[in-house]
Design a protein around this ligand. Sequence first.
Ligand SMILES: Cc1cc2nc3c(=O)[nH]c(=O)nc-3n(C[C@H](O)[C@H](O)[C@H](O)COP(=O)(O)OP(=O)(O)OC[C@H]3O[C@@H](n4cnc5c(N)ncnc54)[C@H](O)[C@@H]3O)c2cc1C
Length: 383
Amino acid sequence: METLARLWHVRPGGIAERRTESLDMSRLSAETRIENDAIVSAMERLRADHSDYEVDTGREGQWEFRTHYGSLNTALGERSVSIRVHAEDETNLSYMKMIVAGHMSEYLGSTDGIRWRGDGNDAGVPVFFREITVVSSTRISPHLRRVRFAAGNLERFAGNDFHVRLLLPPKGRQPRWPSVGADGLLVWPSGADALTVRVYTIRAIDVEGGVFDVDFVLHPGGNTPAATFAETARPGTVISMIGPGGAGVPDAANLLLLGDDTALPAIGRILDHIAPSTRADVFIEVDSPADAIPLAESDNIRVTWLYRQGREAGTAGLLSEALRKMDPAALPPDVYVWAGCEFSDFRELRKIVRKEWGLKKDRQLIVAYWRRGVQGEDEASEE
Ligand SMILES: Cc1cc2nc3c(=O)[nH]c(=O)nc-3n(C[C@H](O)[C@H](O)[C@H](O)COP(=O)(O)OP(=O)(O)OC[C@H]3O[C@@H](n4cnc5c(N)ncnc54)[C@H](O)[C@@H]3O)c2cc1C
């Protein structure tokens, strides 16, 4: 996973995707200048690690990188670099500052000297942070609970990026939330105040009503903070979220969507938002027919439910089996494959789509949503 798109607290394996079309970067921008003896080698590493994102400027020492969230331009001197980030709104500008600071911290060992001038004076509460309050919690299938949350200022969360990181405070303590430092990085509460962070999908959102729904899979496991939260959440319970992130509804006329229970909310959201003319062939793996919840219907949407029938999630291999039954030559030439599932399923799907079918990178988005035996999302997304 490309590290320039790492996000939020610059953990490995972010969920951001590369944006290939050009953006109108003129709206917001900020600049920092970093002086360091090792800056030349740090910039070489940045370029080597992110060549996919680099746009040729034709000028020596001046590079441009474009990401899903915005762009950054660099002007390199002998032992200093000026970096300007551009983005369409304050949230994305904040992400771009975080991306720069995260990489400099990795390459130079610190963010000393990084101070941002320009737009988005956001040290303190992050612009992409919201405290959220449980309104209701409803069991919608044997393995899925829908929790409705209330929050202010949700407009930014109703767009095409629809994943968030939920921040769960330790039980019995007054929550302490993250803040943004002057370098642009998030500062996390630690020790007894440490938060549990899990990635989820906003299934539906009502900006005017100030509410949104998250569908939680109720899965087995000894210590499952997010699933347990969903089981026990009562109206009035307060947690928080940061986001949104991730690339949402694929822009394609022919979609092949695959997912297990954890990607069912994302698939539901995609089907709610695709154009009526978009054709979607959908494969969803759940435990049994009782887990097959209603989804948007149209002549262009075909949903196939695959049942594990008691086998452990992530072991049945039903999604790859469905792909192997297809003749890639019979697929529409412009098909876009989107998938979210357990890590070993993710590897298998990616192998089929990328290696066996030879589908180009820009026609696919295949992501590990969780990994058997591993907590949280970090290791789930690594290859
Ligand atoms: C982009 C993205 C979007 C996501 N959207 C959603 C969503 O909308 N709804 C949703 O429910 N999940 C979603 N997930 C997956 C969710 O983040 C993980 O399942 C997460 O690990 C659950 O956290 P937890 O605290 O309950 O369990 P953890 O503490 O993370 O894990 C505890 C144990 O449970 C196992 N485990 C985790 N998830 C499952 C599962 N689904 N089935 C069986 N065993 C499991 C782990 O392997 C581990 O052994 C998404 C993930 C990503 C990356």
